[in-house]
Design a protein. Structure first.
Length: 196
């Protein structure tokens, strides 16, 4: 097949986040970003909520839990990533941080860690101070994992915003930010070399 007839596969965006509470604000926020990524033409999937309940990451090795293997396989296959984290005392939850610690297992991958992936970060908090510090922590984690945080990160303050029945944010300004961040993840992924 020559370059003129080659068709790129759809951009794959993986969402990671939420909390153990089904339907949590952070899980709903994650799905709002993934819905926006779909509107930008991406194929989306997620690992969220109870799927992130993993044993504490042990860097000394051993057999990976099946749930961790599913997460890592999905990450290795993703062109872009969205991380939505609840703010717990000024930082991200232990649940999410532990799941992200498992990314160490991708150190020997063809694209180690989160290399060559745009990562949209979204923090959900009851207040601005905790939300902003959590967003900063998420972006720092992504940098440490060699990912490319999108220029725009989003903070959702649940004292001012929520979600409608169709999954959109009740604050049009935040919904606009969600759309913009999702677009940045998808567009960056489209600029990277095509993967099989």
């Amino acid at each position: 097949m020559d370059a003129g007839t080659h068709t790129r596969r759809p951009v794959r965006v993986l969402g990671i986040g939420g909390s153990t509470r089904p339907g949590s604000s952070s899980e709903r926020a994650l799905h709002a970003v993934l819905a926006a990524a779909e509107r930008h033409g991406a194929t989306v999937s997620s690992v969220s909520g109870a799927e992130l309940v993993l044993p504490m990451y042990d860097p000394t090795g051993g057999t990976l839990p099946a749930a961790a293997k599913r997460l890592l396989d999905a990450l290795a296959d993703a062109d872009g990533v969205v991380i939505a984290g609840p703010a717990y005392h000024g930082g991200t939850s232990g649940l999410l941080k532990n799941a992200l610690d498992y990314v160490e297992e991708l150190r020997g991958d063809a694209r180690p860690y989160l290399s060559d992936r745009a990562v949209g970060c979204l923090a959900v908090a009851q207040g601005w101070q905790s939300g902003v510090s959590t967003l900063g922590a998420l972006r720092t984690i992504v940098h440490a994992l060699r990912g490319w945080p999108t220029p725009l990160g989003v903070v959702l303050n649940t004292t001012e915003s929520g979600f409608t029945a169709d999954g959109s944010c009740t604050d049009p300004r935040v919904q606009e930010q969600i759309e913009l961040m999702a677009g940045q993840v998808v567009e960056f992924a489209r600029t990277r070399p095509s993967r099989p």
